[in-house]
Design a protein around this ligand. Structure first.
Ligand code: UDP
Length: 315
């Protein structure tokens, strides 16, 4: 049996739970930690059936002792939706700071490879387009999104300090907008909001004029990229995301078409510091790992809509 053990923080969340499923299917032993502030045990129904899986409810602001060896520590615990981090700014800052410290220290003790789930938010409202890893970003340090942006930037700095001072084997992955089954219906992000509204024949809430852009990566593509980086010795930072850019208005229209939603579109005020454009330059991961997304937005949305349509009565 493969005794390679991977610790996944935030393993009950959207990305974390898909990661646990995939790691188990590849034969790894998986220890999943989550404080369940936004994660859910429902997401772990598949993983829980496996005897190589352990779940512990834990708040990573506090130290945790793990018995036995750990080969990898994947730090994915974070509040990642703007609506969530606006509601819980201090917990968001702690996930990027204290929890990153706790997990780096654990990786150091176990001599495990450490992977930090960072974010395209480190680029802020970018002045360089598309965003390459060398770009340092344009972030408002005191704005409403700063709890997320700055704590992730701090997390990256702390990870590099452990790499330089303790020679820890680390990697930083900057994850761009990702979507798919298991996003929370009420998590406030564009994809779940639009799908939920469309399935209930309500108007889709487009913020501003919908001219801001994002690029959307289907969850399975992202997980494949994460595994390739995990198995390598690359330090990063490395962008992972879909380089096809869409305006939010175009996304809304596509969701309406695929759902046959009858509520149309309603325009609402643009949130403060909402980035105007965002699109990853994935030249580096393409070159290093021969990785690029395979699933088109329309195809990924269909799978996501199907999953959501079974849950449309949820609040
Ligand atoms: N957005 C929108 N309507 C919504 C939710 C989001 O128009 O109901 C916009 C939001 O203002 C942003 C984009 O969609 O410009 C992506 O937002 P999301 O919260 O999904 O992720 P972000 O990239 O901002 O972290």
């Amino acid at each position: 049996m493969n005794k390679t053990t991977v610790l996944v923080t935030g393993g009950a969340g959207f990305i974390g739970s898909h990661l646990c499923d995939r790691l188990l299917s590849e034969g790894f032993r998986v220890i999943c930690l989550d404080n369940l502030i936004t994660g859910s045990l429902h997401n772990l129904r598949r993983s829980s059936g496996c005897n190589r899986f352990i779940f512990k409810k834990h708040n990573l602001e506090k130290y945790i002792a793990i018995k036995g060896k750990l080969d990898f520590v994947l730090h994915f615990a974070s509040l990642a939706s703007p609506a969530d981090y606006l509601k819980f700014p201090i917990q968001t800052l702690n996930a990027g700071s204290l929890a990153t410290y706790t997990t780096l220290d654990l990786a150091k003790k176990k001599r495990a490879r450490y992977i930090l789930a960072s974010t395209s938010e480190v680029y802020g409202d970018p002045l360089v387009h598309p965003q390459r890893e060398e770009y340092w970003g344009n972030v408002n340090p005191v704005g409403v999104r700063s709890c997320y942006d700055e704590s992730k930037r701090f997390a990256e700095a702390l990870t590099m300090a452990y790499h330089r001072v303790h020679k820890l084997n680390t990697s930083i992955i900057r994850i761009f907008n990702t979507y798919g089954p298991r996003m929370r219906i009420n998590d406030g992000r564009a994809v779940p909001n639009f799908i939920h509204q469309a399935l209930n024949n309500r108007p889709l809430s487009v913020y501003g004029r919908g001219r801001q852009t994002r690029s959307f990566c289907y969850i399975d593509d992202l997980i494949e990229g994460i595994l390739r980086i995990m198995r390598s010795d690359k330090i990063g930072p490395l962008n992972l995301g879909n380089p096809k850019e869409f305006t939010i208005l175009r996304l809304a229209k596509l969701v309406l078409k695929l759902t046959a939603g009858k509520g149309g579109i309603t325009f609402k005020p643009l949130p403060q510091d909402d980035p105007r454009q965002r699109c990853p330059d994935i030249t580096l991961v393409k070159k290093l790992f021969n990785w690029q997304p395979a699933i088109e937005l329309g195809e990924g949305l269909k799978m996501t809509i199907e999953w959501f349509s079974k849950r449309k009565r949820f609040p």
